[in-house]
Every structure is written in structure tokens, then in C-alpha cells.
Ligand binder design. Structure first.
Ligand SMILES: Cc1cc2nc3c(=O)[nH]c(=O)nc-3n(C[C@H](O)[C@H](O)[C@H](O)COP(=O)(O)OP(=O)(O)OC[C@H]3O[C@@H](n4cnc5c(N)ncnc54)[C@H](O)[C@@H]3O)c2cc1C
Length: 528
């Protein structure tokens, strides 16, 4: 039996970050991946049209660009180049006007001031608060729990940003955050739309923090995309790992983890057993780890109990289009955004997301969309657009709030009807959109999961991001750390703290935990 210091199960961004960190420490590492290629939900392809690159899953990486974890890997040396759209984010309104966020905060504030007196200054005040405390907020979010250093750093800055008033702002739900500070609709809709990237209801605490975080990152690091496609980010992680001697085996699903005397000692695949000296790092969904890869008797009873109430985030329907021209917006903004949110208002956005959490398939889904050629001209021929939109749908749909035509079975017929509903939303803002389509591809919950087993029911976040399943509650009430209760086995996926998005922190936390345990075992043989 071949034996490695560590085996990483799954080559998503978290698995690849973990593998890189262990290889940096001199460990022999094998990454075992079920799919034919590495990358997890960070891949791109040419399935929609041969001349068009589409990101199969994720596309914009503000947290990736801000993440100290990814930065220290210096992926630019392994072929990664970030590209930026002329504007970060746009939101077209039914009357043809736009809310627009540029990288430049002054330019953004000037637009807001012109729309509503006082909003420009209010926006710049939020930016100054971020200047003072933002690094510590990002650091605290992406560190293992408890984030002592960054929490202390944030505490020392708190007075300068308004003390408890600032804390209250962070806890204010996104739907109320905008009206609390801004008179115009532009800033409100930008904050709420960014909050809508996760599954926290816009009228619940936690959503405002996410909206503020992503909006401010839009100014500091932008919403960058890897030149050539999301897969280039994964390619860089793979190349770096290989340069350190790490190995990757694709098309090899892990079917079990062998535990002896309370310690993970090997992983099983259909064709072999792979021995492990120090650690198994599981970049897999927590449900699959605890109810699939481990024998029931090997899962600590505390974890088994906790997993009974583990909650996935909603499912997703994603549509990709190859367009033979730019999106024909009714009145295009003067600076073109890469990310575009589609909803008539904050109220409609709030309603659609609430419907999803109540089992309803929205009549007016809130769309997150990306104009990828606008962000990175290498994605498709000059003058065309590589475009996508996705929206959330219930994990278990009970009713269609729309015309009743979508049953929630997410078979081909359901996906087509729902994709038509999504496309109609774009057609409202961009008359003639349909006439530009060369081809479209629909990835419903089933197709997403078939391409990546972690996307259970089409969930993008590895489990709900709501407060009751964050920090020390992720994935089960405990310490918010990567340890699983099985010696030498670590949860490295987005199901662990700090959760979804491409930042690599879950993988890094798991790798650090494995290295720390090894140090303890060296000093105190037999421990752990
Ligand atoms: C449609 C979509 C859009 C998104 N948009 C964004 C975005 O724009 N920006 C952003 O930051 N984030 C986005 N996300 C979220 C982000 O992609 C994920 O949070 C992130 O990829 C999680 O990384 P991971 O390494 O934990 O898991 P994943 O990326 O899901 O990778 C897990 C890997 O493990 C493999 N695997 C699972 N089980 C096994 C097994 N038993 N044996 C072997 N291999 C296994 C899978 O095949 C997969 O390759 C999006 C996600 C989706 C699905």
C-alpha cells in the first residue's frame, strides 16, 4: 500500500490550499479527486460554444483577492493574472437608470450624491470606517476560531469607527441597513444585492455584515476574475503544488476513510487503499464525510447528534449564454460593470429570498449575473459576451409562486421553464437579449451536484451561512475548528468555518491543525 504523510480528499480550492500548505511544510501529499479535473467549483469550460469560455460555477473573487491565505501562495508566479471589469457592480432599475459601483470610491460617491444629496458623504463615511477596521474584519473572518489577534486589532480600532454604533451597524439586517444611512435607492440596492450572494435572509442579522463586507471589498480589491477563466486559478494552485512534489489523482472518488484506534489511517477508492501517516484532510461536504465516508461507529456521538440538524443552503439554477453581441441593456451605463444584479427593488429581492427559504419557487427570482467578456476580454471573440446568471431555489420546493409551471423536481423540463423565467427578467432590462443568444446551457441542482458532489441539491455554500450555523456552530456546535473528533481527520471544505466562497481559509485552517497535531505528537508521542 502506498503511504503519504497526508491525503487530501477533493481538489476544490480549499483542498488545493491545504495540500499546498502541507507541501510547503515538507509533507508528502496526494490529492484524490472524484472528477476528471481538479478545481471543484472553480473551473471553466467551452461547452456552451467553442469560442467562448464559461465559468462552470464560481466567477468573481473579491474574497479570494482579499484573502491573506491565497495571497501568501503568490499564485501570480504560477500563471494567475487578475482582470477587472471597468465597473465593479451594477443594478439596472425598471426606469432604465442604474446604481453603479466603481473601484474608485469618490466616483461612486459622486454618482450617489447626484441622485440624492448627502448619500455621497454617507458612502465615503462607510469607506473610511472600512479603512480603519476592514483588514481586521477580513482577518478575523478568515482565521481559525477564535481569531484572537484580529479580534484584538478590531477592538483597538472600534472607538475610532463609532464603537457600539458600528457594531450595531454590522448586526443590522441588509434590508434595513440601506435606509438607516442612505436616502436614495442606489446605495440601498447595492448593499442588499451583495448581501444576497449568501443565503442569509435580507431581514436577518448577518446579511448586513456580508453586504457591507462585499461592497467595501468592491472598492479595495474589486471583484476580480482570473484571466482566461476561473479554471486558471485552480491551474495555478495545481502547478504550485506539483512544483513542491505534491501529487493529484483525478477520476478517483474516495469511497471511505479507514479509522483504527480512533485515528484515520487510510482512504479507500474503488481501486486501492492509500495509507496515511499524519492526516486526512476532507474537502468534502460535512454530510458526505460523516454519513458516507466514515463508518457510523467511527463518528463521535457528539458530531453525529450535531449533524442531525445540519442545514444545507438553498439549491441553485445557473444559466450560461454565449451572446453574439453585448447585452442590449435598455440604457447601458456609462461604465460597464462585470457583476450585475437583477431585481426591481430591495423589497422584491427580500421577498424572493424569503420565498426560497419558505419552500417557494420565486415568481421574480433575484438574479446574480456576470458579463465575463466585459471583465476579461479573453473570454470570447471581440464584440460578443460570455454571460451567466444564477439564482437560488428551495432545497425542497413546496410551491411555485409564479405561474405554477415549475414543479421543483428540477428535471430537464423544470429547468428549461425556470431558465425561461430567469431569461425573461433579463429581457425586461435588455430588450432583444434573446435575439443575441448563440447557445445557452442550464445547470440545475442535479447537474451541479453531478459535476461536484459537494454541491448537495445545488447548494453553493457547503451549508447555510445563517448565524446559527456559523463560527462555533459550523458544521456542528463545537469549537469552530477543523478537527473532527477522529484523530488525524480534518474537515477542510466550505462546510467548516468560515464557510463558502473562494478564500482558501477552510483548507488552510485544516492544514494548520494537522501540522499542529503532528508537532504535539512529536513532543508527546501517542497523543491524538
Ligand atoms: C454556481 C456557483 C457559483 C459560485 N460563485 C462564487 C463566486 O462568484 N465567488 C466565490 O468566491 N464563490 C462562489 N461560489 C462558492 C465557491 O465556489 C465555493 O464556496 C468553493 O468552491 C468551496 O470550495 P471547496 O474547496 O470547499 O469545495 P469545492 O469547490 O466544492 O470542491 C470540492 C471538491 O471535492 C471533490 N470531492 C467531493 N467528494 C469527493 C470524494 N468522495 N472523493 C474525491 N473527491 C471528492 C469534488 O469533486 C470537488 O472537486 C460559487 C459556487 C457555485 C456552485
Amino acid at each position: 500500500m502506498t503511504t503519504y504523510d497526508a491525503v487530501v480528499v477533493g481538489a476544490g480550492p480549499n483542498g488545493l490550499v491545504a495540500a499546498n500548505h502541507l507541501a510547503d511544510a515538507g509533507w508528502s501529499v496526494l490529492v484524490v479527486e472524484a472528477q476528471p479535473e481538479p478545481g471543484g467549483a472553480v473551473r471553466s469550460d467551452r461547452e456552451v460554444a467553442p469560442d467562448f469560455v464559461h465559468d462552470t460555477f464560481s466567477a468573481f473573487y473579491p474574497l479570494g483577492a482579499a484573502s491573506p491565505v491565497l495571497r501568501r501562495l503568490e499564485l501570480e508566479q504560477f500563471g494567475l493574472t487578475w482582470r477587472h471589469a471597468p465597473a465593479v457592480l451594477g443594478h439596472p432599475f425598471p426606469d432604465g437608470s442604474w446604481a453603479l459601483q466603481e473601484r474608485d470610491r469618490e466616483a461612486t460617491a459622486a454618482r450617489m450624491e447626484a441622485a440624492h444629496t448627502g448619500d455621497g458623504d454617507a458612502w465615503l463615511a462607510r469607506c473610511r470606517e472600512w479603512d480603519s477596521i476592514g483588514d481586521h474584519l477580513v482577518g478575523a473572518l478568515l482565521s481559525p476560531f477564535p481569531p484572537v489577534r484580529h479580534a484584538l486589532g478590531a477592538a483597538t480600532r472600534l472607538r475610532s469607527v463609532g464603537g457600539l454604533d458600528f457594531v450595531k451597524m454590522l448586526l443590522t439586517p441588509a434590508a434595513e441597513l440601506g435606509p438607516a444611512y442612505f436616502g436614495g435607492v442606489g446605495p440601498r440596492v447595492l448593499l442588499a444585492g451583495n448581501a444576497g450572494h449568501a443565503d442569509i435572509p435580507l431581514n436577518a442579522s448577518g446579511s448586513g455584515l456580508l453586504g457591507y463586507l462585499l461592497t467595501m471589498l468592491g472598492h479595495t480589491v474589486g471583484f476580480p476574475v482570473p484571466e482566461g477563466g476561473a479554471g486558471r486559478l485552480s491551474d495555478a494552485l495545481v502547478q504550485r503544488l506539483r512544483s513542491l512534489g505534491g501529487e493529484i489523482s483525478c477520476s478517483e472518488p474516495v469511497t471511505g476513510i479507514e479509522v483504527r484506534d480512533g485515528r484515520a489511517v487510510a482512504v479507500r477508492t474503488p481501486s486501492r487503499s492509500i495509507g496515511v501517516r499524519h492526516g486526512v484532510l476532507a474537502d468534502v461536504n460535512a454530510q458526505h464525510l460523516y454519513s458516507g465516508l466514515l463508518a457510523e461507529g467511527d463518528v463521535p456521538s457528539r458530531v453525529r447528534r450535531g449533524m442531525r440538524s445540519f442545514q444545507m443552503d438553498p439549491g441553485t439554477v445557473k444559466v450560461d449564454w454565449a451572446l453574439d453581441g453585448p447585452v442590449p441593456w435598455e440604457s447601458p451605463p456609462d461604465v460597464a460593470p462585470g457583476t450585475v444584479h437583477i431585481s426591481d427593488s430591495v423589497e422584491q429581492m427580500t421577498e424572493a429570498l424569503s420565498q426560497v427559504s419558505a419552500g417557494g419557487i420565486p415568481a421574480h427570482p433575484f438574479l446574480l449575473t456576470g458579463q465575463m467578456t466585459t471583465a476579461d476580454p479573453t473570454r470570447s471573440p471581440v464584440g460578443t459576451e460570455s454571460m451567466w446568471a444564477y439564482t437560488h431555489v428551495p432545497q425542497r420546493a413546496t410551491h411555485d409562486v409564479g405561474d405554477g409551471g415549475v414543479r421543483g423536481t428540477w428535471d430537464r423540463d423544470d429547468c428549461e421553464r425556470f431558465a425561461d423565467r430567469m431569461q425573461a427578467r433579463l429581457e425586461e432590462r435588455a430588450p432583444g437579449f434573446a435575439s443575441r443568444i448563440i447557445n445557452r446551457r442550464i445547470l440545475g441542482p442535479r447537474e451541479l451536484e453531478a459535476r461536484n458532489a459537494n454541491l448537495v441539491g445545488g447548494a453553493v455554500g457547503g451549508g447555510t451561512s445563517q448565524l446559527h450555523q456559523q463560527l462555533v456552530f459550523r458544521p456542528v456546535p463545537g469549537l469552530g475548528r477543523a478537527e473532527t473528533g477522529v484523530g488525524g481527520l480534518y474537515l477542510a471544505s466550505a462546510s467548516a468555518h468560515p464557510g463558502g466562497a473562494v478564500h482558501g481559509a477552510c483548507g488552510m485552517n485544516a492544514a494548520r491543525a494537522a501540522l499542529a497535531r503532528r508537532r504535539v505528537r512529536r513532543v508527546v508521542p501517542g497523543r491524538g
